[in-house]
Ligand binder design. Structure first.
Ligand code: NDP
Ligand code: 2IT
Length: 450
């Protein structure tokens, strides 16, 4: 792909100038702007309202100091952010990432992607992202709690059930959301749904924990069924990562009759030709917070290989990248293609580089971008907000059925947009256009603030 349209190219060049040194943000913006070429031709009214220029700039970005005290009594300082990217269709909504690599570029790319993803869910949620350059891996339970409380002390000033509703992402699960929610509640003196991904004892929704991974498999199932009259049954699957998204993608893939043979963490990957025993992975990752290497020590026949990129050399029919951005480069993509991969569906946000996506495109691999196929997590977050507002909770079966329907609808909306705008079957273009149109209509309707 490249820019066909002079206007879009000039917007992109201005974004590059204004955001120099932010490669992840520029990568995400470039992909969306390249996709909008047919929209610019068909919908000049949206261009006239300066919508695209407005969309490449976050509405608000808050950066703050997070100071906390470690177990030795020493003061530590981290940097925290909340990027309130776009509120055209609902309150800001999106996860919090705690990882040493977190910076403004990464959070802006995630907030930008979230805006289109949330639009695709069909639910009334705007886009946001936040987090801090904090590494919980080498911290004690007490240190994680004190960090989260300090982070939430500042965050509380900027969020609320009708304003901005954070949730989890890398390094943030139920434990961290609990500490943050507790602090928010103390400071605001309100028990409201200002966070999602809460414990079931404190207003959380059934299926939220499983939602991103399950949703990913529901999306793949619909895509395979509609395009190839096929299913996950009998397929060999490779899933990268071994966190929240990876574990529940693996669980649902196995329930749908596939065999997951490999998983990873940032140090290396495991291969188990008999199919991964997920109970062992859950014990290591969810209970012990250990490394995936332990799996090979506990399960006979399983092999551990250091280096996480090697997982893409494992032969599979379906690859589900569920770890982090840019984890599949052109070399990995070529390896997957050479080994006969037929589906690559993103559970992570932007896990494939533009060059990798081009390789999948030119080899007719069914490829789905994260903003479409990983939207199940935020969709169930939105259902959690809904249940909190009603002060009611739905059963597992009810939420799961809604999730399944939402994922199928996202697939069909993206597919239909790809067809309507002249790129039938290209889900990158279809998802970007379908996500954009709804946000753009809302922005146009609300006028330009000045
Ligand atoms: P977790 O923290 O639960 O798990 C992350 C996994 O990815 C871990 O196995 C981790 O390994 C690995 N990983 C993280 N960073 C890197 C890195 N730089 N290089 C290699 N491996 C890495 O996070 P989630 O499962 O929640 O998130 C995974 C992806 O899914 C992210 O891209 C996130 O943005 C996306 N996502 C998450 C949603 C959610 O609801 N949680 C919803 C939609 C998308 P290690 O333990 O070694 O760090
Ligand atoms: O990337 C994502 O969609 C998430 N981390 C989930 C966000 C949410 O608000 O549930």
């Amino acid at each position: 792909m490249s820019f066909q349209n002079q206007y879009l190219l000039s917007v992109y060049q201005a974004v590059c100038q204004r955001n120099a040194g932010e490669p992840e943000f520029l990568q995400a913006v470039q992909e969306v702007l390249e996709s909008l070429d047919p929209v610019v031709k068909k919908r000049p009214d949206l261009v006239a309202s300066g919508i695209i220029e407005r969309l490449v700039e976050p509405e608000r970005m808050i950066q703050f100091r997070v100071s906390w005290i470690d177990d030795k009594g020493e003061v530590r300082v981290n940097r925290g952010w909340r990027v309130q990217y776009n509120s055209a269709i609902g309150p800001y909504k999106g996860g919090l990432r705690l990882h040493p690599s977190v910076n403004a570029s990464i959070l802006k790319f995630l907030g930008f992607e979230q805006t289109f993803k949330n639009s695709l869910t069909g639910l009334p949620i705007g886009g946001a992202k936040g987090g801090a350059d904090f590494n919980s891996r080498d911290k004690s339970e007490g240190e994680v709690m004190r960090f989260c409380q300090s982070f939430a002390t500042e965050l509380t000033k900027h969020i609320g059930a009708d304003t901005d509703v954070p949730a989890g992402d890398i390094g943030v699960g139920s434990r961290e959301i609990g500490y943050m929610f507790g602090q928010y509640k103390r400071l605001s003196n309100e028990f409201t749904g200002a966070f999602t991904g809460k414990s079931l004892y404190s207003g959380g929704s059934l299926v939220r924990k499983e939602a991103t991974g399950y949703g990913l498999c529901y999306f793949v199932q619909e895509m395979l069924s509609y395009i190839k009259q096929d299913s996950l049954e009998g397929k060999t699957v490779v899933v990268s990562g071994s966190g929240n998204v990876a574990i529940y993608a693996s669980e649902k893939a196995a329930q749908l009759g596939a065999k997951v043979v490999a998983m990873s963490d940032s140090n290396g990957y495991i291969y188990d030709e008999n199919g991964i025993d997920l109970a062992v992975v859950k014990q290591i990752k969810e209970v012990e917070r250990g490394r995936i290497k332990l799996y090979a020590e506990r399960v006979p026949g399983a092999v551990y290989t250091p280096g996480c990129g090697g997982i893409w050399s494992v032969k599979c029919d379906v690859a589900l990248p569920c770890a982090t951005q840019n984890e599949i480069n052109s070399e990995h993509a070529q390896q997957l293609v050479n080994n006969g991969v037929s589906v690559v569906a993103e559970g992570a946000n932007m896990p494939c580089t533009p060059e990798a996506i081009e390789i999948f495109r030119s080899n007719h691999v069914l490829y789905s971008p994260g903003k479409a196929s990983n939207a199940g997590g935020v969709a169930v977050s939105s259902l959690e907000m809904c249940q909190n507002s009603m002060r009611y909770s739905w059963s597992f079966e009810e939420v799961d059925a809604k999730l399944k329907e939402i994922m199928a609808t996202i697939f069909h909306n993206a597919y239909q947009a790809s067809e309507e705008f002249g790129h039938k079957g290209d889900l990158v273009i279809g998802a970007n256009i379908a996500g954009f149109l709804k946000v753009a209509e809302a922005m146009k309707w609300q006028g330009v603030a000045y």
